[in-house]
Design a protein around this ligand. Structure first.
Ligand SMILES: Nc1nc2c(ncn2[C@@H]2O[C@H](COP(=O)(O)OP(=O)(O)OP(=O)(O)O)[C@@H](O)[C@H]2O)c(=O)[nH]1
Ligand SMILES: [Mg+2]
Length: 646
């Protein structure tokens, strides 16, 4: 590869010399030429107009790169149609112009730099950071146009020593290390107008020694690592026009009178770059994402390189002073005070000591408004008095005793432990204290020791099974705990399905408890996750069942302790009263209410049902979770089975 490349470039050299011997292009110095400050060297380039000769003479380059580029002796002509190699380079005492395809970059007199980022060729010229930095000492000018430069590691280490200039016009150049090491030695000028050149590694290491001029126009070149370490020594001027350069930390030694211009968007320069730049007149202006900024703007940004250090110090000092000034000048925040006014605050009384203001005589409108507000207040008071009325309930001593004996209501686990219950068990209060043995866990009521068997489900009354056994039905609002109560009464968890989502039970489910009892789980009424028609059909079915079912011995009407009886509960009560169906109120979820409230609720419901004939006393209170009151309910219900047997 190396040999091949070398021979190719050898041919290029010869052709260039041959071309240089001929006439210069006429438009070269008008618009498409520029001059770079460079000791002892002067090059002029023409970009677009003179492509053909290069094409003819550099077929190999053309075929490889699909570009064209003029090359005559020490002049390159970049005619890249896709943005590859158009570039220009100015030399000492001359100016740049930027009409080349790809890019052209130059400083002049060693103190001025321009970077142009050719994007797509075809004469489109991107102009980045043009003239944003001055500098360029002792005739070193470099112009880079990169986007994703990936120059191999040491590519440019010795470029531009002694007044080298380089211009690269590439897109996907994959210059490895070393391929063109000795190109352009002794004042050679090289121009690359490539897209995917396959020049071997190390191409540019020693390019441009002794006054070489090189120009790079790259898009995806791979500058990395220490590639630029020794660039710009001795007053070198570098220009970068990058988008995503990945310069490693290798720019650290650019500190000897170097002038650098960076046109970066997401520069990832190593952190140390900025520390040593600007020493000894190093100038870096890493701004300008906007291409095409005018030279005047750039001039404003330019500062004398020798004064950079001083300038930065002044700037830093100014910024510090500014910060200090802003810190101390900032107005102090006032504390905001909030006054909380209590309506019956006695301290407020002194404000009311002022003589009373005469009240205006009420008009007709005022009277109407007052009546409206009075009625609203009355409603509010009525609403409020509901709670107040509930709190005013004094439960009977029998109820209070029952609540406390059965540890009903919300209680701490410690309390259960102290009473001797094993809280590791499900529904611990239903189990014998201090007992974990299966024998003691056996239910005292024989009827409930039987296995619970599901045997029928009915959506309509016609599908009700024959009433062979005495039935106990469990009715109530959705999610009140009907199914859970069946499980905890029989201690057979999971036989009846439960859910925290209201509306799980949607049919009338019949369970045999041995040959003694039939337990019936009814669908709930009230709120449920179901369509209104469906819910209405459940309600009708329940009403039909409780009012017409033969063999129905008792309906346990479950009421949530927290909410008490609602309108639909009263509806069902009235229906059962009419049909003379025996029903017993069972307060559920007592573990969620305070004991006193459980007692109050029980008292409240007993009072309302005093006059009801079909209501069975006493009112029961249970918790399926803690097992409180379950045994009592079991005892009460087992009497039914016994009755049934008789
Ligand atoms: N804390 C507490 N939660 C309970 C108690 N009883 C039932 N629950 C919970 O209440 C929810 C509803 O229980 P279910 O037995 O499915 O209620 P349901 O009345 O059958 O509901 P539907 O079938 O929809 O009518 C479940 O999440 C139970 O865990 C209780 O005594 N205490
Ligand atoms: Mg249920």
């Amino acid at each position: 590869m190396f040999q091949e490349t070398k021979s190719k470039f050898g041919n290029l050299k010869k052709r260039a010399k041959f071309a240089l011997g001929k006439s210069k292009p006429s438009n070269m110095e008008q618009s498409n030429t520029k001059t770079l400050g460079f000791k002892g060297k002067s090059q002029t380039r023409k970009v677009n107009d003179d492509v053909e000769p290069y094409k003819r003479r550099n077929d190999s380059v053309k075929s490889r790169n699909d570009d064209s580029g003029g090359y005559r002796g020490k002049r390159f002509e970049g005619g890249d149609t896709r943005g590859g190699g158009g570039f220009k380079s100015g030399y000492k005492g001359r100016k740049d112009s930027n009409e080349s395809n790809g890019f052209g970059g130059s400083g002049f007199d060693g103190k001025r730099k321009r970077v142009y980022g050719g994007k797509d060729g075809d004469g489109e010229s991107k102009f980045r950071d043009s003239g944003k930095a001055n500098g360029g000492f002792a005739g070193k000018n470099r112009v880079f146009e990169k986007r994703d430069s990936r120059d191999g590691g040491g590519d440019r280490r010795r470029n531009f020593e002694n007044g080298e200039r380089r211009v690269f016009g590439k897109r996907d150049s994959q210059d490895g290390g070393g391929g063109g090491r000795r190109n352009s030695e002794n004042g050679e000028t090289r121009m690359f107008n490539k897209r995917e050149p396959s020049v071997g590694g190390g191409d540019r290491r020693r390019n441009g020694e002794n006054g070489e001029n090189r120009m790079f126009d790259k898009r995806e070149s791979r500058d990395r690592g220490g590639g630029n370490r020794r660039n710009s020594e001795n007053g070198e001027t570098r220009m970068f026009s990058k988008r995503e350069p990945r310069d490693g930390g290798g720019d650290r030694r650019n500190s000897t009178g170097e002038n650098r211009v960076f046109n970066k968007r997401e520069s990832r320069d190593g952190g140390s770059d900025r520390r040593f730049n600007a020493e000894k007149g190093d100038n870096r202006n890493g701004l300008s994402r906007k291409n095409g900024e005018t030279n005047e703007n750039s001039k404003q940004l330019q500062s004398p390189p020798a004064e950079d250090h001083e300038f930065d110090r002044k700037k830093l000092k100014f910024m510090k002073n500014y910060e200090v000034a802003t810190t101390f000048d900032r107005p102090k925040r006032k504390m905001r005070l909030f006054r909380v006014e209590y309506p019956n605050d006695p301290a407020k009384k002194r404000f009311d000591d002022s003589p009373p203001t005469p009240t205006p005589t009420p008009t007709v409108n005022d009277t109407e408004q007052k009546e409206d507000s009075d009625s609203e207040d009355a409603e509010e008071n009525a609403e409020m008095s509901k709670n107040a009325q509930f709190r005013a309930i004094q439960p009977s001593p029998a109820i209070t005793l029952f609540v406390n004996e059965n540890l009903l209501g919300r209680r701490r686990e410690l309390e259960f432990r102290k009473a001797g219950y094993n809280i590791e068990l499900p529904s611990p209060l239903d189990n014998v204290p201090f007992s974990t043995s299966s024998e003691r866990e056996r239910i005292e009521e024989s009827a409930f020791r039987n296995k619970l068997d599901f045997f029928a489900a009915a959506k309509v009354s016609s599908s009700f099974p024959d009433p062979d056994l005495p039935e106990i039905a469990f009715a109530g609002r959705s999610n009140v705990g009907k199914s859970s109560l069946l499980n905890s009464l029989t201690r057979q968890w999971g036989v009846v399905r439960t859910s925290d989502k209201p509306g799980l039970t949607q049919t009338i489910n019949f369970f045999n408890l041995g040959s003694k009892l039939c337990l019936v789980d009814l669908p709930g009424y009230g709120f449920a996750y179901a369509k209104d028609e469906v819910k209405e059909s459940w309600e009708e079915l329940v009403k039909e069942y409780v009012s017409t079912r033969e063999g129905l011995k008792r309906v346990c009407l479950l009421i949530d302790t927290k909410w008490g009886m609602k309108a639909r509960d009263y509806e069902l009560v009235d229906l059962m009263e009419r049909s003379k169906t025996k029903y017993q109120i069972v307060l559920t979820k007592t573990d969620l209410a305070f004991p006193i409230d459980v007692a109050r609720r029980a008292m409240q419901i007993e009072e309302t049902l005093k006059t009801k004939k079909s209501a069975v006393q006493p009112l029961m209170m249970v918790s399926s979770k803690t097992g409180a009151g379950i045994r009592c309910l079991r005892t009460v219900l087992s009497n039914i089975s016994r009755f049934a047997r008789l």
